[in-house]
Write a protein that binds this ligand. Structure first.
Ligand SMILES: Nc1ncnc2c1ncn2[C@@H]1O[C@H](COP(=O)(O)OP(=O)(O)OP(=O)(O)O)[C@@H](O)[C@H]1O
Length: 308
């Protein structure tokens, strides 16, 4: 399978008003065709800078970036690449249908079924009823949906999405996750950023954690599950917490993390004291791991360039 995106030892330093910020430090990763790569990191970590480098909005960086084997410094690299920013700015005076038609024109895509094709994408993102209304009349979430439809209508080979689910309600999130899953199944590649770790977990095949410009680790969700498979989050009701590690959920209800081996003894102790279990679930969540990574609890693992 060929590589859709390659970052090789990319570094970028901003200098303004005597201040120097190293936004990216020696960042290397790859995204293959048919793969969804989630880029996760706190505010100011370097996610937007990474996108700007691949889109050639920033070109004064060290290292090498390739899209489908072509240097990001060449316009040809972005052929078939669609980008949706976090707060998409669509032409407010145009209608969603006009905007999708313009996208086809801009990408030089001729289709006999142009109108039906555009409408189909608006339908898939549940905004067909607004097809002929000016964008300025649409809610923020619906503008986000139109922007995603605008990206998909050109049948991109690589989708670059900045916080694609941030402005959407739960139904919208599910719709978008399903559409992206189909797109990926058909061989499309996705690079997406997110603060919402649960969403990345649902979509991404692999994710990279970036912190202060450094790609701390690149993992697949199943690798993380394997690493943390023996830890459980136990919620229970009791007169008092059973141990210092417990956090209070509400009066008489607590939660704490336990190793699998310690579970039977814990449950016996709880029952002896008249308490009861509410839920037991794997402690592993991307969120937990994210914070552990940031705290240096996991050994940093760098991706070996060339292995997608
Ligand atoms: N044009 C610029 N001039 C100076 N510093 C900048 C510039 N753009 C970004 N930075 C700095 O580079 C670092 C990385 O910023 P970047 O916008 O890439 O982070 P981010 O991960 O996208 O953050 P957020 O999640 O808040 O959008 C930050 O410290 C930021 O202040």
């Amino acid at each position: 399978m060929s590589l859709a995106l390659e970052f090789r030892s990319v570094s970028k330093t901003f200098r303004s008003k005597g201040r120097t910020v190293q936004a990216l430090r020696d960042v290397s990763f790859t995204v293959s065709e048919g793969e969804v790569f989630g880029f996760v990191g706190p505010n100011g970590a370097g996610k937007s800078t990474t996108i700007k480098v691949m889109l050639d909005v920033i070109d004064d960086y060290d290292g090498e970036v390739r899209l489908y084997g072509v240097s990001a410094r060449e316009a040809a690299a972005r052929r078939g690449v669609a980008y949706v920013p976090e707060a998409p700015a669509l032409y407010e005076q145009f209608t969603p249908l006009e905007i999708l038609r313009m996208a086809l024109d801009m990408y030089g895509i001729r289709r006999d079924d142009r109108e039906a094709w555009c409408m189909q994408w608006l339908e898939r993102f549940s905004v067909a009823e607004y097809a002929k209304r000016a964008v300025r009349q649409l809610s923020k979430g619906n503008v986000q949906r139109v922007a995603l439809a605008h990206a998909m209508v050109v049948s991109p080979r690589l989708l670059v999405l900045d916080e694609p689910l941030s402005g959407l309600d739960p139904v919208g999130r599910k719709d978008v996750v399903d559409i992206l899953a189909n797109y990926k199944r058909d061989g499309g590649a996705i690079f997406l950023t997110s603060h919402v770790l649960h969403d990345v977990e649902r979509i991404a095949d692999r994710f990279g954690f970036i912190h202060r410009g450094e790609l701390i680790t690149t993992r697949a969700p199943h690798e993380l599950v394997a690493e943390r498979a023996d830890r459980y989050l136990v919620r229970y009701q009791a007169a008092a917490a059973l141990g210092e590690a417990a956090s209070s959920i509400r009066s008489g209800e607590f939660e704490q993390e336990l190793a699998q081996a310690d579970l039977p003894a814990f449950i016996a102790r709880l029952q002896d004291g008249g308490g009861r279990i509410v839920t037991v679930k794997p402690a592993m969540s991307l969120e937990t791991v994210f914070f552990q990574v940031l705290e240096g609890a996991l050994k940093p693992v760098a991706e070996v360039p060339g292995q997608g």
